[in-house]
Design a protein around this ligand. Structure first.
Ligand code: SF4
Length: 346
């Protein structure tokens, strides 16, 4: 399949604000401010017409990855190629075209929609920005597709007059109205009432088919991703630890983290009314990133010094299908990487 977006070695680090005085002292001493390594070397490709899932616990870097993909964050390092060109090098009309083609749907439609804009203005705004003609007809079509109909009756309403489900449908209409190539959907239903989720998910599925879109789904919910995605990446502490076809990963996980995610019992979260996954052990420090494998302190299958000292690259493995990759020393590299030799060379 043709590659639509190619992500290579993506990093996004955020400075930790330690207060004005400390920051000034650091500058005087020539010390760097601490950085949170939110995304720390992520590579994957989004193929034309596919649905790709990014899974992981909160804080693993999946949302930051999505924000970089939609160019809402500038990466600290690495590249994102679209149409064969690094999006960091795009400017002028090329950049505008990328922005039109890369749309994002957020977890909380209430936060992502402007409360002072009517429904019509919300949906038409991207058409105005990109100077696309036939605006009223396009708005109506996008809204009818998102099942906000009859569209005219919604035009003058404000987001607060809509239900949660209608607001997410409005966000979907706004993303679709410019006829994009791909959409990044970050936890698109986790804020919705359980009774509304299936409807919005089937709308997203129809959208993918009908518009021939590629979609990146970001979620902590593996069963949702299993339902929606052709391929899946599992993230842990800013890195992808495993990726490949969704069914293969769910039914035959290779990485110990993926195994524990699948085994984890979903625990109802009393505060949010939604489910979260609970694993044993603490997630490592994202500022002073541990050496070696980042999962080592929680791993049941830890095999000693190589795990401590050698960071496992995400790569194809000798006894695992070609279209899968894992970052773990338990499996022999199919790409010639030798962790023992790395260790001996230190
Ligand atoms: Fe566990 Fe070692 Fe594999 Fe990391 S590299 S997941 S610590 S076995």
């Amino acid at each position: 399949d043709d590659v639509l977006v190619d992500v290579e070695g993506l990093k996004k680090h955020f400075p930790v604000e330690s207060g004005l005085v400390n920051d000034a002292l650091n500058r005087v001493r020539g010390q760097e401010t601490d950085k949170v390594h939110a995304v720390d070397g992520v590579s994957f490709e989004l193929r034309e017409g596919e649905t790709f899932g990014i899974a992981g616990e909160s804080g693993c870097g999946k949302t930051t990855t999505g924000m970089c993909l939609a160019k809402l964050y500038e990466p600290t390092a690495g590249s994102i190629y679209y149409d064969g060109q690094d999006i960091a090098d795009k400017s002028g009309s090329e950049l505008a075209s990328f922005r039109r083609n890369a749309q994002m749907i957020f977890q909380d439609p209430f936060e992502s929609l402007n409360p002072r804009m009517t429904v019509y203005d919300t949906v038409v705004e991207p058409l105005r920005i990109h100077d696309i003609p036939n605006q009223r007809a396009r708005v109506r079509r996008a809204m009818e597709f998102a099942e906000l109909e009859p569209a005219d009756q919604f035009f003058d309403q404000y987001p607060h007059e809509l239900s949660g489900g209608q607001r997410q449908r409005l966000a979907i209409a706004r993303a679709l109205v410019v006829d994009p190539d791909f959409i990044v959907a970050d936890e698109p239903v986790s804020m919705l009432d359980v009774s509304l989720r299936a409807g919005v998910l089937s709308l997203l599925e129809e959208m993918t088919d009908e518009f021939g879109l590629s979609v990146v789904y970001i979620s902590h919910d593996l069963s949702l991703l299993r339902h929606m995605c052709d391929r899946l990446a599992i993230m842990y502490m800013g890195k992808i630890v495993e990726q490949g076809p969704t069914e293969d990963i769910i039914t035959d996980p290779k990485h110990p983290y993926t195994k524990s995610l699948i085994d984890a019992v979903p625990v109802p979260d009393p505060n949010a009314g939604r489910e979260r996954v609970e694993l044993e052990g603490e997630v490592g420090d994202a500022i002073n990133v541990p050496s070696g494998c980042r999962f080592k302190n929680r791993c049941d299958e830890y095999i000693g010094e190589v795990c401590d000292a050698v960071s496992p690259p995400l790569e194809e493995k000798a006894d695992v299908d070609d279209d899968r990759e894992a970052a773990c020393h338990l499996y022999e590299s199919a790409e010639g990487f030798d962790p023992e030799a790395e260790l001996a060379g230190r």
